[in-house]
Design a protein around this ligand. Structure first.
Ligand code: KIV
Ligand code: NA
Length: 273
């Protein structure tokens, strides 16, 4: 398994880091077998797996439940688990408790926290306690209602400067990597150049140190409308629906199951009626 220092080395060598989300045993197995270096158990699970409108309803228990399944499917990959909505804002004590149980139960390599501001102190405390932290700036979906929607961040002089300052503070607080979501590529590039920890972009252009995408988005699996920054590599919706339709049709017509799917005994062994 790659470690924290290997990712910094990859940045220096301009060897792009690949990250994908996973939420369960099969998606984690595929992510690991495909050779991604980092798996994110994202709280996007609330939307793509649990069918919520946003990531806000996701709980610490949801993250533990799914994080444990991911760990079972990807024993040799660096796994990052999201701290969900409000699980790191109420008090330091509650934050440390939530982080501890998430980190221990899922056997993650790191936890991811959105934002800067008061969260910087939390990043410091977690790091001090031995929990590596990945930061997340730009579009931070847990704050969607404060940001006023899912939109590109850092588009004007003031917010661009703020994001660069925040990114530096996230690094200073001890984060091992920084996710940049929905950020203009010029700003994402500048931030990547200014930091020594790797940046991992999603909708942040190519001039960052790695990329992350949502598993269900690249496989078009259960999702319909996709953001501009997603590339889909397979249409699971179409192919899986066709496969299930074939099953339905064959059962109706009697062409499934066939002999080869069937167990038999000799007629003489059947109960007399
Ligand atoms: O939850 C998630 O999938 C994420 C990525 C979009 C970075 O946080
Ligand atoms: Na997330």
């Amino acid at each position: 398994m790659l470690t924290k220092s290997k990712f910094t080395k990859m940045k220096k060598e301009q060897n792009k880091i690949t990250m994908i989300t996973a939420y369960d045993y099969p998606s984690a197995k595929i992510a690991e077998q495909a050779g991604t270096e980092m798996i994110l158990v994202g709280d996007s699970l609330g939307m793509v797996v649990l069918g919520y409108e946003s990531t806000i309803p996701v709980t610490v228990n949801d993250m533990i439940h799914h994080g444990k399944a991911v760990r079972r499917g990807a024993k040799n990959t660096f796994v990052v688990v999201d701290m969900p909505f409000m699980s790191y804002h109420v008090s330091l004590e509650e934050t440390m408790k939530n982080a501890t149980v998430l980190f221990q139960e899922t056997e993650a390599q790191a936890l991811k926290l959105e934002g800067a501001g008061d969260v910087l102190y939390t990043i410091e405390k977690l790091t001090f306690g031995g929990i590596p932290v990945v930061g997340h700036l730009g579009l931070t979906p847990q704050s969607v209602h404060v940001l006023g929607g899912y939109k590109v961040q850092g588009k004007d002089k003031k917010t661009a400067q703020q994001m660069l300052d925040d990114a530096k503070r996230v690094e200073e607080a001890g984060a091992i990597a920084l996710v940049l979501e929905c950020v203009p590529k010029e700003l994402a590039q500048l931030i990547s150049e200014e930091l020594s920890i790797p940046t991992i972009g999603i909708g942040a252009g190519a001039d960052v140190d790695g990329q992350v995408l949502v598993y269900h988005d690249i496989l078009k699996y259960g999702v319909d409308r996709l953001p501009k920054f997603v590339k889909t590599y397979f249409d699971s919706n179409e192919h899986m629906k066709e496969a299930v339709q074939s099953y339905v049709t064959e059962v109706k017509s009697g062409s499934f199951p066939k002999e080869e799917h069937t167990f038999t005994i000799d007629d003489s062994l059947l109960p007399k009626v």
